[in-house]
Ligand binder design. Structure first.
Ligand SMILES: Cc1ncc(COP(=O)(O)O)c(C=O)c1O
Length: 378
């Protein structure tokens, strides 16, 4: 029996998406910038996808810019924003961002930018009051992750965005983990920029989008990182990956259709697994529980065992999970997210994450609990 519980890392491309991408590669392979019929057909594929992504976000399709995924969208925001300034300014990010935000911020800091890393509480949440206090006259951007990848905590995005809007500061959120799991409505939320990635919601890897809210982003304050033929309204040059974009669009459409029902199914399975693992006193839950947590997400640290060792043993037993710790130059690096949440180095080395998905069944959950009890018994 093989069970995949690592949907936070990537999700399998769904068969409807593979079928559509195959069809597009066979028959709609024209260059969308070409003026002839072949080009027009590809343009129609891309524009349909833009509408589908916009619909998932309840957003203006004009603002959807296709990129190669979450990492590029995140880099585009921080680096593209910084590029318009001759002198370093101030930016605010949280202390639990993905490396696709954290490392560009560090790069800018090393070049004189002032970066505020907002602290989080024990559950991984940023405080709106801290954000309000951290704004300065030269703050040009705030970027806060919508839902944290390692611990599943959802941030109070509406409050954080509103503080930025009141202060006239652009607000970006990395929604890579949240898309398709929780509703995100661009008409209702004060969000100026949002990153997403297809492979977290059953599209293929290497394709994603940056949403640039056309209402609040009138002047061009993101300088393109990739220059060339002026595709994607010049924000992101390069011939578009037509088939991958078509797949992203369909994945978005299906995610929108299924979101309410699937999120509720997943949260029930997640809660059942949580309950089954509850008697293991060495396994300590991390992150928020309840409505401020992603519905498919469970995370823990083990009091004694290294997270990577648990991942390996689970893998031998046919179950894929992940750990927040990473291996760097042969040494185990603790999860920076858990450190920021106030956990000790050893606790942060012992973190694990289980992320459920479309294929997860009640039987998978029961079996996973049995295997974990076996592997982690004292
Ligand atoms: C929160 C978050 N941001 C960004 C990324 C990077 O996205 P991509 O793999 O599409 O580059 C990930 C991927 O795990 C993520 O979880």
């Amino acid at each position: 029996m093989q069970i995949y519980l690592d949907h936070g890392a990537t999700s399998p491309t769904r068969s409807e998406v593979i079928d559509l991408m195959t069809e597009v590669m066979r028959s709609q392979w024209g260059n969308p910038s070409s003026l002839h019929w072949w080009g027009e057909r590809s343009t129609m594929v891309i524009e349909r996808s833009r509408l589908q992504v916009a619909s998932l976000l309840n957003a203006d399709p004009e603002g959807v810019i296709f990129t190669s995924g979450g990492t590029e969208s995140d880099n585009m925001v921080l680096m593209g924003m910084a590029r318009q300034y001759q002198t370093p300014q101030h930016m605010i990010i949280s202390s639990v961002e993905h490396s696709a935000i954290r490392l560009p911020a560090l790069f800018l800091e090393q070049r004189g930018w002032e970066i505020t890393y907002l602290p989080v509480d024990r559950y991984g949440q940023v405080s709106p009051q801290d954000l309000a206090r951290s704004l300065r006259p030269n703050t040009v951007l705030v970027s806060i992750i919508t839902a944290q990848n390692e611990v599943g905590t959802i941030q109070p995005i509406d409050k954080l965005g509103q503080i930025c809007r009141n202060a006239n500061v652009l607000f970006h959120t990395d929604a890579v983990q949240a898309i398709g799991k929780i509703p995100l409505d661009m008409q209702a939320l004060p969000i100026d920029l949002l990153s997403l990635s297809a492979h977290k919601f059953y599209g293929m890897q290497g394709i994603g989008a940056l949403y640039i809210n056309p209402l609040t982003h009138k002047k061009r304050n993101i300088v393109p990182l990739i220059q060339g033929g002026g595709q994607e309204r010049s924000y992101r040059s390069g011939t578009q990956a037509v088939a991958a974009i078509a797949g992203l669009g369909l994945a978005a459409e299906l995610a929108e259709k299924e979101l309410t029902q699937e999120s509720s199914r997943l949260s029930q399975l997640r809660d059942r697994l949580y309950q089954l693992l509850g008697d293991m006193s060495d396994l300590v839950p991390t992150g928020m529980m309840g409505s401020d947590r992603l519905p498919h997400h469970l995370s823990f640290y083990h009091k004694h065992l290294d997270g990577r060792k648990i991942v390996r043993e689970m893998n031998f037993a046919g179950i894929a999970i992940s750990s927040g710790s990473a291996c760097s130059s042969g040494a185990i690096e603790p999860s920076s997210v858990l450190l920021a949440m106030g956990y000790s180095e050893s606790e942060a080395k012992n973190s694990i994450r289980l992320t459920l998905g479309k294929s997860t069944t009640p039987e998978d959950v029961e079996w996973t609990s049995l295997v974990m009890h076996q592997i982690l018994k004292p």
